[in-house]
Design a protein. Structure first.
Length: 69
């Protein structure tokens, strides 16, 4: 069974997904496990995206307040 390494940042997640893809290619992961992991990474990516969007929205609101919009 494959171990999941650190996935706290987007870069760590990308490296880990690449490692799992290689493991699947070498047939070290069955297709069901691989599909579940890819789905999980997709959910994680959406979380990262939402977090980034919220930060951009916060910064935009702060700028609008400074400018007086």
């Amino acid at each position: 069974m494959q171990r999941i390494n650190k996935i706290n940042t987007l870069a760590e997640s990308r490296r880990e997904l690449a490692r799992l893809i290689k493991a699947y290619y070498r047939q070290e992961l069955d297709s069901t496990t691989f599909r579940n992991l890819v789905y999980s990474f997709s959910v994680l990516l959406n979380y990262h995206k939402t977090e980034t969007e919220q930060e951009i929205e916060k910064r935009l609101t702060e700028l609008e307040q400074k400018v007086g919009i």
